[in-house]
Design a protein around this ligand. Sequence first.
Ligand code: 5AD
Length: 342
Amino acid sequence: TEFQVIINKIELGHELTKEDIIILLNAKEALEVKTLFSIADRFRKEIVGDVVEIRGAIEFSNYCAKSCNYCGIRKGCNSTKRYRMKEEEIIEAAVELNRLGIRTVILQSGEDDYYDIDTMCSIIKRIKLETKMGITLSIGEKSREDYLKLREAGANNFLLKIETTNREVFKNIHPDNDYDTRIECAKWLKELGYVNGSGNMIGLPGQKIEDIAEDILYFKEMGIHMIGIGPFLPATDTPFENLPPGSVDMTLKAIAVTRIVCKNVFLPATTALASIDPDGQRKALEVGANTIMLISTPEKYRASYQLYKNKNMVDIKSAIEAIKNANRRLPKYLKLTEKEEL
Ligand code: 5AD
């Protein structure tokens, strides 16, 4: 069969074409899906090993200047209580992660200019000084100059998802964004020496399987190191509130194919996947994923960072659960109390 021809190509170490990827993503028969998943799992094991990388995300502000149609913290969305963490609170949350042994902190927010570049640089420098952790930023589109300043202040990684490489779909979900600007930002980040993160959503309105195949090839061509793939989930009080969520199975297939195509990358078992399926992170870890992001936002703010309905509050306990059930290992650098290890 066509499917078997592609499996043979993978085994021979040949590059996959867009058409090949589409056939893999279209796999429906149980045996085919199983074959795809087990190859992805083998690639994961051989390339990055059994240890699941744990990162902590601090969602420090849910104010946003943009009105992305899918997003629960979009500008104009009135169902969320807005909050901004103070500089001290952000540092404190980062220090707490460091105490757990975590080596990378992700600072994420809406596109909120309240935190000007000097403020962000000061936060970055202080976290570096007090913890030496790797710092990932996920704060949206900025000018090249700003990206440079943040990099010089000590930021190591930057997550700026493309969400979809289909221009039409991109435009339809991002009324305030321009596709070419987004690509340009990703290129700047790369030039400036950031470790580049991207990702997409599965099941966006108008998105086709061939678009997902293009997304995966884009991640490869752009040399993306961290690729967050999650299902689209409807968010309260947004234009997409009543749309159906993306499929878990398609998300898992996309993760598997991305591991096979992109090879040595960080593939998170995303919060969105954990939110639509309580066992979603374990499933992702078994088909190519190797990273979990803990939601490390202080408790009093967590519920307000509601990017979509029923967002799962991935914590250390649920992460350990998924890791154990997937038969994988916790990193040695984690300093857990006995209680947490149970
Ligand atoms: N459904 C799924 N994922 C979402 N994100 C934002 N809103 C949604 C949604 N409604 C994801 C996007 C974004 C990341 C921070 O969260 O991929 O880049």
